[in-house]
Design a protein around this ligand. Sequence first.
Ligand SMILES: Nc1nc2c(ncn2[C@@H]2O[C@H](COP(=O)(O)OP(=O)(O)OP(=O)(O)O)[C@@H](O)[C@H]2O)c(=O)[nH]1
Ligand SMILES: [Mg+2]
Length: 406
Amino acid sequence: MIEEKKVTSEKAVLIAVISQFQDEEKTEEYLDELEFLTLTAGGIAVKRFSQKLEKPNPKTFIGAGKLEDVREYIEQNDIGTAIFDDELSPAQLRNIEKVLDCKILDRTNLILDIFAQRAQTSYARTQVELAQCQYLLPRLTRLWTHLSRQKGGIGMRGPGETEIETDRRIVRDKISLLKKKLVTIDKQMAIQRKNRGRMVRVALVGYTNVGKSTLMNVVSKSDVFAENKLFATLDTTVRKVVIKNIPFLLTDTVGFIRKLPTQLVESFKSTLDEVREADLLLHVVDISHNYFEDHIESVNKILDEIDSADKPTVLVFNKIDAFTHKTIDEDDLITEKTKEHYTLDDWKKTWMNKLGDNCIFISAINKENMDDFREKVFEEVKKIHIQRFPYNDFLYQEYNDKGESI
Ligand SMILES: Nc1nc2c(ncn2[C@@H]2O[C@H](COP(=O)(O)OP(=O)(O)OP(=O)(O)O)[C@@H](O)[C@H]2O)c(=O)[nH]1
Ligand SMILES: [Mg+2]
């Protein structure tokens, strides 16, 4: 179903709206992320279009005049794809297709496509395929069919070509088939999780590309695929880790992103169950990213959606080696100090101060502060372990070389 074919460097334009909810700076940040997503999907963003509007135009997302500018640019520069930084409604998609003679993708579609490219196991592929079908169903139109047959590449992998030509009923049948398949797999996964017994479970969670897999590799000496691209990890890896005398299970799983398509949250239910059933969350944050606070917010929102916001959580600020900040010259009396100028110490005095012991600063790549990290995880796991196995307290006793307790 999902095609393996890789399309390299498809030229794309990115389109966003600057609105009352999203100022110019935010829009630029979102477009940076959209550009990274495009790159990850195998495309190359050659131009950005943004327009100030009270809210996105319900008919064509951006205004008719601006859309005309995009059309001209696409025609003159031989652009194959236009990517909108939000989910387009089926009606918007149809109207835009009437104007732009190229492939039209939205943020959801792009993320789904990356997931489709990256899904390795049949389980992940089934989950992605279900999400793609659910996205596709309300958008099945003749025009779309016609276009999708002409153009391959990003956004066109996955269910599509053949099903679209027939009708919605077939996609619906496909959806129920995939759902059934997933129910079977979900059951198997639930049994697998049960078989792991009562061992304490710790899950690495966080925005995509923050270094979860890298940290997993350092802590568990395993070899999980890590890469400077979005959504390097789609499947869940579980490893048994022992710190001092306490064994626990550490899970590395799919990264989160702003506006993670709801279809994906639903169909990745079982993958996210690993997070839902964890006793402790290690929320990894890339502190070298300009907008790491927004990332934390997005992750918390998704944790809330999967009923996991109240779990014991340690914030792990990673990539301290790459952290930079702007400086203000001593004789510069005009520039106001903003977050851009904060040093790590400044940051530690902000809301982070309230986290108390529940945060740690590390560099997974340089293995900086890893002893403190291990100690912190040990302390937290121990708390849960004591509650679960109250008679096992000899475990926590440490001994010196002579076998004396210390
Ligand atoms: N500078 C720096 N880079 C790091 C550090 N930890 C990880 N990285 C890099 O960040 C990129 C992403 O790392 P991953 O471990 O794949 O991140 P992830 O959170 O698992 O990402 P997804 O699986 O896509 O959600 C890779 O290029 C890593 O080499 C760190 O401490 N410092
Ligand atoms: Mg990963």
